[in-house]
Design a protein around this ligand. Sequence first.
Ligand code: AMP
Ligand code: GLY
Length: 425
Amino acid sequence: MNILIIGGGGREHSLAWAIAKSPLADKLYCAPGNAGMESLAERVRLDIADHGAVIGFCREKDIGYVVIGPEAPLVAGLADDLDKAGIESFGPGKAAAQLEGSKAFTKELCDRHNIPTAAYGRFDRLAPAADYVRRMGAPIVIKADGLAAGKGVTVAMSEAEAMAALEEIFAGRFGAAGAEVVIEEFLDGEEASFFALVDGRHVLALATAQDHKRVGDGDTGPNTGGMGAYSPAPVMSDEMCRRTLAEIVQPTVDGMAKEGIPYRGVLYAGLMIGAEGPKLIEYNVRFGDPECQVLMMRLKSDILELMLAASRGTLDQVSALWRDEVALTVVMAAAGYPGDYEKGSRILGLEAAENEAVTVFHAGTERRAGDIVASGGRVLNVTARGTNVEEARARAYAAIDRIDWPQGFCRRDIGWRALDREKTA
Ligand code: AMP
Ligand code: GLY
């Protein structure tokens, strides 16, 4: 079948790379894609927000399956509109995508189905929100309700910081996404991500990962979309994975089905692993970026077959096999990211960086007169496999050192927590 991949980041490059290996895949298209995806898929100019245009393209090119990478088109209901047009796709419909699109929706679902998560309050006015903060005290977490591109969350270590965040949200900094605020109990512990495929009823656990959200070494500086990741997450022991499935993921899937909004697609649970076990921080309704890149590096099974099973309700008939190796990815970003950065700088040495254990996924690149140039904030994901974190990390940084891009930067400590664990084990 012909396949259209929606999106153009490192996540979508790694999905295209994995899907291209499937015997079920014929021609791949991507919209908009990036320069790194050009050898795998034909890039097409499509306005993703124009669902009629996407459907028209699918009919014209005989697309049998649409893989929707990012959350925005899912929250906007692209999967529903494709479904109505008789076109199969990967990812939840608009109603189920509220698991990511609305923090309040997810919190209330957790309440109804006894899913462990932080205690919370929900407010649409400053005064009662401020009262709640004063009553609960710091540390406390303030979140704008809707999609705010990962920037709507403040983990406030003092009451003053919490008040400042509230004032900013109610002053309209996040537009409609900040019309409501969720205030949460601060969870202590170690963060990890758990990925599963879901077909409305059945759950197929994929793998775990951890990422680094801060821009600077030592997990300092402003938050980003993610500066690096590795899989598996050492904190996710077999027992912790079992508990996450039994206490969080399966009750969510059962609850959604019972409420008439069955979930299909990948479910990405952001967890805090504390003294009492796993608690849900948030759900995402798509693969993580750059977590997807490390998952695809480790997956031995045919990802397309697994995705189709999630779309068709047959996940109980497939299984996922993984390499018994660690994968680690380091993000190379344009200087200035996550603030203002320049576009258009030339990147050399990409071929020399790759080998059997190293793949460079592109996140924000374009081709200009035969050169690869940076076109985004996060630009490359240098991804390596190894027998342990130490080896995967050494390979990733050796590859980075072969890339000639003076305008780029990366963190030099990706995987530090897992590496510390490895060294003391
Ligand atoms: P979110 O957008 O909900 O994933 O939040 C972004 C980040 O804020 C998370 O990755 C955590 O590091 C942190 N965070 C969110 N909620 C909490 C919480 N209740 N307790 C502690 N940290 C949190
Ligand atoms: N890397 C975090 C995310 O994709 O949300």
